[in-house]
Design a protein around this ligand. Structure first.
Ligand code: KIV
Length: 259
């Protein structure tokens, strides 16, 4: 069932841009909550936190544990949790796992990757009163190897637009569009009645999402669609170096830091 916060998000289409970021922990979520409309516990945590080669290795328990941590720190934003790979292959599996995530994390909605291929599963979840966010374009759970933008050929463009329309008709409350050309993002956004949230999908979306660790420069991931607003790696490096020097020179701990 769509709660009031989700209903408000749907009304934001063509209005004030929707701000979305990822969080995997209470510490980060606490900082983001005031500024975000949606916080996503994305399965990108597989590569960002666990050094996995692909999001396919992420498990349901990993998602639940991180989402529980995030939930503790937020009161303003909508909490969306990614359903990991192979946890929604049929209606029964999807519903059981969705119920488990919602029960244990108290999240507001779930995100599933794909359009036509999984449309009946998405319809089933929605019929069971679960709020769903769609995800089209580049689908990390389906990718093998290099990540390239989607919609190069006309047939692929048409498929992505069709997916967006199907998802909208099925009742998802928003759709993440990942890595498509500006013209295609514009077309999709104008083809559906619900908000589109872009990542590498131009300003013609109703909102934007980035992986927070990329935005602050904690990761070394530098695809074209990421803008690094700070360089946290540099700050950590210089802090650690100062700590090391002070320990060696017996400056830390000082009188202020002892009992
Ligand atoms: O897993 C994730 O963090 C995502 C966003 C990048 C959209 O799906």
């Amino acid at each position: 069932m769509k709660n009031d916060k989700i209903k408000k998000i749907i009304k934001r289409k063509y209005k004030k841009p929707i701000i979305c970021l990822t969080a995997y922990s209470s510490t980060v979520a606490q900082i983001l909550d005031k500024y975000c409309d949606i916080i996503l516990v994305g399965d990108s945590l597989g590569s960002v936190l666990y050094g996995m080669k692909s999001t396919r290795e992420v498990t349901l328990d990993m998602m639940i544990n991180h989402a529980k941590s995030v939930k503790k720190a937020i009161s303003n934003s909508i909490l969306v949790v990614d359903m990991p790979y192979k946890t929604y292959r049929n209606n029964k599996e999807a519903y059981q796992n969705a119920k488990k995530i919602i029960k244990l994390t108290k999240c507001d909605a779930l995100k599933l990757e794909g359009g036509k291929k999984i449309i009946n599963i998405i319809k089933y979840l929605i019929k069971k009163k679960i709020s769903v966010m769609g995800h089209i374009g580049l689908l990390p759970q389906s990718e093998r190897g290099t990540f390239r933008f989607k919609g190069r050929r006309e047939i692929e463009k048409k498929k992505i637009i069709d997916d967006a329309r199907l998802l909208c008709d099925a009742g998802v409350f928003a759709i993440v569009i990942e890595c498509v050309q500006e013209s295609l993002a514009k077309k999709i956004s104008n083809s559906v009645l619900i908000p589109t949230i872009g990542i590498g999908a131009s300003k013609y979306c109703d909102g934007q999402i980035l992986v927070t660790d990329d935005l602050v420069g904690l990761t070394n991931f530098t695809p074209r669609f990421v803008k690094k607003y700070s360089n946290i790696r540099k700050i950590i490096r210089s802090s650690v170096l100062k700590f090391k020097q002070e320990v060696i020179n017996k400056k830390f701990p000082s009188k202020k830091n002892i009992y």
